[in-house]
Design a protein around this ligand. Sequence first.
Ligand code: NAD
Length: 478
Amino acid sequence: MTAAAHHDYYAGGWLRASGTRLLTALNPYTEQPATLVRESTPEDVDHAVGLARQAFTSWSAMETGMRAEFLQRVASGMRSRAEDLARSISTELGMPIKLCRRIQVELPISTFEQTAALLASYPWSERMGHSLVLREAAGVVAAVSPWNYPLHQIVAKLAPALGAGCTVVLKPSELTPGCALMLAEIFDAAGVPPGVFNLVPGAGAITGEALVSHSGIDVVSFTGSTQVGRHIMTRAAQTIKRVRLELGGKSASVVLRGADLARSVKHAVASCMLNSGQTCSALTRLLVAAEDYDEAIDLARAQLRTLTPGDPLDERTRLGPVISASHRDRIHGYVRRGIDDGAQLLAGGPDSPDLPGHGYFVAPTLLGDVRPDAETAQEEIFGPVLCMLRYRHPDDAADIANHSRYGLAGAVWAGDDREALAFARRLRTGQVDINGAAFNPAAPFGGYKQSGLGRELGRHGLDEFVELKSVQLPQPVN
Ligand code: NAD
């Protein structure tokens, strides 16, 4: 277990929390404690926000090239501790180590590097008639992050916020604090000026609540559930804070007739099962034409059989446990109610044999004949549960895909890319991958509808942390 001896909270250096409450993050495979942190109290949060406000003046005025240099140094520090970061995330989250290295660690390192590079070409000022339009740092940012991609979600806020000249107070998920503690050590070693990055570990109801309600915060950047996002908006409203929300999803993969059925089913299964289904943009609804439906089931079942749950630290494991016992039970509850509601259990399910003897495992599960308005097709289950739906006409497929309060991601498969692109335009979601195209970390990421507000990553991610100032010029100034 990692005992956080000097690690209570980080604000201009490591400090001891003023409270005594200890929080334990469990290893979901061994069911034993993985990391222990002392919770930051509202007084500690107040102290960190005060330091971030002080540091804002010089950090926001710093020449962008120097800020880029600091971001690069943090990226190098992360690279030198990449294996520690991957093992910490795998241990607290349960995602297989091999996938952790590539997705949970490599991606955030390159986000820091790409943001540093972007600062040189970002339009910090532009002429518009007789005005000079300036892009200036939006202020002090409260970053609140979830457990499922713990480092990536932190960095998707931190890199652009710091690059824009904002200072940040971060509250990571209490279930996966390890990588945030390491990140603070990396910032410390990189010599980033005190107060620019601050870390306050703790639970949402105490530390998170104090942070998002604090009058010294200008921007709240939150990733997590739609329910908590809604609550945070109301707290932020008191002082009209800028609110950026990355929330839940219930994304559809639509397979049009003439598409490569084997590739499309394999892609949907892989997307849905990645990180044991705990991915906001997971393709959890698979929409297949009635004529192709039975063949698609056979293909999906065969693909699921290749996923054997096991020890996340074993290099061969492709499917780990879910985050907690309560989350496992919640997922099983959805599946049971789905079956009671008429869905067909085609693979996996709550009573599956062959799961490891310990750990919070959910068998890879396939539900068939799911009705578009059933709970399982509407709610974010956030587990390894793929729902299959059949459609009769492409217009029905578009209606079913859009019949959701969420709008985060989607996929379209068709016989040719032009047809897939035309269909992609009909989807009310922030991301659509056509014919198996890969994720692009430079493109804006975020949701329509109740999947969020604002965008992360790339140039558009930086836009979220600037304010616009129009300066009217009496005569041209160079
Ligand atoms: P959550 O909403 O329970 O918690 C997210 C964070 O908010 C945690 O740090 C938590 O401590 C904090 N929090 C909880 N209550 C709070 C409060 N009252 N005030 C301030 N902070 C509070 O979400 P989770 O279970 O950690 O993550 C899973 C959810 O995150 C899923 O819904 C998933 O779809 C979503 N998610 C979305 C994206 C995206 O980019 N759209 C990415 C990852 C996860």
